[in-house]
Design a protein around this ligand. Structure first.
Ligand code: ADP
Length: 490
């Protein structure tokens, strides 16, 4: 794990324009938007605000590059080598990228350096290794024919990402797309465009040909929507809110684009009485409060068997009291601000709903300090399944603790949501944990751990938490089309 021991200096911001066809250019309209540092609310950069015209240019560049075949038909090993080079450059710039992430998103630099950026590098390396291992099958069909399948890149992909893990979402999207031989138009989130633009520059330095990666910063309903509607785009990969995904699904129907979605969650984290309680408390704390609670897989419904409820809550309260909140550039800081005012307001609204609905606010529940979008780590007990804080995704440091006695009922309660992204179970009885894992309707189940991510392990949602999978071989497959070739051999 990479650690940070001293206060990290603010990084220089180098790229703020659109990156199209290998060139850095202002938006066609000349418009810009501001991005802020959420710990101080100060403006840190003015970024080109792309719209339809810029998307058109970027899609032309990606389409030209794809159809020209320089990238998609490049020797697969060479494609992999260029990706390895990119991973090396990301590693060389890891401190700078982590600091950029902290500046734009507000996350503690300790986390950005120990988690986000190492995962970024690993993801690009993992998929670099796949570039020359994408193969089809031979199929024994009837008659005098030789039949085989080959996997080809899906084409030009539009990638729309959120602000909670800005650089990591770039890696999850670029890795499989580049390995498969696709070309890319990416729209980063308007709150956090900086690390994506920096990574595009590093990709250029790595020698990835012009037009393979294009980045258009801007807003969702303008730049994002233009990308979704563009007939020259073959696939949209989106991570964000369910409501946005529904708009995208409708908009993409006209051109029958391939879609992958990674959306929200209200993930159940279930602690049985026979669990290692310290491990469960640490896992529950990490599972919800990591990244200021801004994780789509956050374990926001903590179900605790009654017998151990009070003891577990006590341990969690203690952890919340000890949580170091403050300047995210300070390496001692464990919790930074929420990303922006809208998120901050929404979280405090939900704290109000929790109180109105009769839950007990045991820790937190208010703003921390008087500058920046900090929210105290908040814990509600006495939460019941029907309360708004137990049903809706809050995307902040607000944990709902629910009790259970009936072990047979708990799978039903855990599954009683339209989401199905992740879940966790804590028990020393591995047979019970296995049985329970098989009953959960979720794309990821962690047993006696939480938030364990690996580029090789597929991630995605059941139900309304998503469509398709990212990471692993499944994530790569989503960037390919299968072609069946049948040859008469008589
Ligand atoms: P969040 O509330 O977490 O920001 P969103 O779904 O609103 O989640 O945003 C995720 C990404 O989707 C961002 O890059 C945003 O700009 C983009 N986006 C928002 N609305 C649209 C839209 N109508 N079409 C395409 N992209 C959109």
């Amino acid at each position: 794990m990479d650690t940070v021991s001293q206060k990290v200096p603010r990084p220089q911001i180098r790229q703020t324009d659109c990156f199209i066809g290998g060139k850095w250019i202002p938006s066609a309209s000349g418009k810009i938007f501001e991005t802020i540092h959420p710990a101080t609310e100060e403006v840190i950069a003015q970024v080109a605000e792309g719209d339809k015209e810029d998307i058109d240019l970027a899609v032309d560049a990606a389409r030209g590059q794809f159809d020209g075949g320089e990238w998609s038909r490049l020797d697969a090993r060479e494609r992999g080598q260029l990706m390895f080079k990119l991973a090396d450059l990301l590693e060389e710039h890891a401190d700078e990228l982590a600091a950029l992430e902290t500046l734009d998103n507000g996350k503690p630099v300790k986390d950005a350096r120990a988690a986000d950026i190492p995962l970024v590098i690993d993801c690009i390396r993992y998929y670099a290794g796949w570039a020359d291992k994408i193969q089809g099958d031979t199929i024994p069909i009837r008659g005098d024919y030789f039949c085989y399948t080959q996997r080809e890149p899906v084409g030009v992909v539009g990638q729309i990402i959120p602000w909670n893990f800005p650089a990591l979402m770039v890696a999850w999207k670029w890795g499989p797309a580049l390995a498969a031989g696709c070309t890319i138009v990416m729209k980063p989130a308007e709150q956090t465009p900086l690390s994506c633009l920096r990574m595009a520059r590093l990709a250029q330095q790595a020698g990835i040909p012009d037009g393979v990666i294009n980045v258009v910063p801007g807003y969702g309903p303008t730049a994002g929507a233009a990308l979704v509607r563009h007939p020259g785009v073959d696939k949209i990969a989106f991570t964000g809110e369910l409501a946005t995904a529904k708009i995208i699904q409708r908009e993409a129907a006209d051109t029958m684009k391939r879609l992958t979605f990674e959306l929200g969650g209200k993930s159940p984290n279930v602690v049985f009485a026979d669990a290692d309680l310290e491990a469960a408390a640490a896992g529950a704390h990490l599972g919800l409060y990591f990244n200021q609670g801004q994780c789509c897989c956050a374990g926001s419904r903590l179900f605790v068997e009654s017998k151990v409820h009070d003891e577990l809550v006590e341990r969690l309260v203690e952890k919340n009291k000890q949580q170091v909140i403050g300047d995210p550039f300070d390496p001692a800081t464990e919790q930074g601000p929420q990303v922006d005012e809208a998120q901050f307001d929404k979280i405090l609204d939900y704290v109000g709903y929790g109180k109105q609905d009769g839950a007990q606010c045991v820790t937190g529940g208010k703003r921390f300090g008087n500058q920046g979008y900090f929210v105290e780590p908040t814990l509600f007990t006495g939460v019941t399944d029907d309360m708004r804080i137990a049903k809706d995704e809050i995307f902040g440091p607000v944990l709902s603790v629910l009790r259970f006695d009936d072990v047979d009922e708990i799978a039903r309660r855990a599954n009683d949501t339209n989401f199905g992204l992740a879940a966790a179970v804590w028990s020393r009885d591995i047979g019970k944990a296995h049985r329970f894992a098989s009953q959960l309707r979720a794309g990821t189940v962690w047993v006696n751990c939480y938030d364990v991510f690996d580029a090789a392990a597929p991630f995605g949602g059941f139900k309304q938490s998503g469509l398709g999978r990212e990471l692993g071989e499944a994530g790569l497959a989503a960037y390919t089309e299968s072609k069946t070739v049948t040859i008469a051999v008589s």
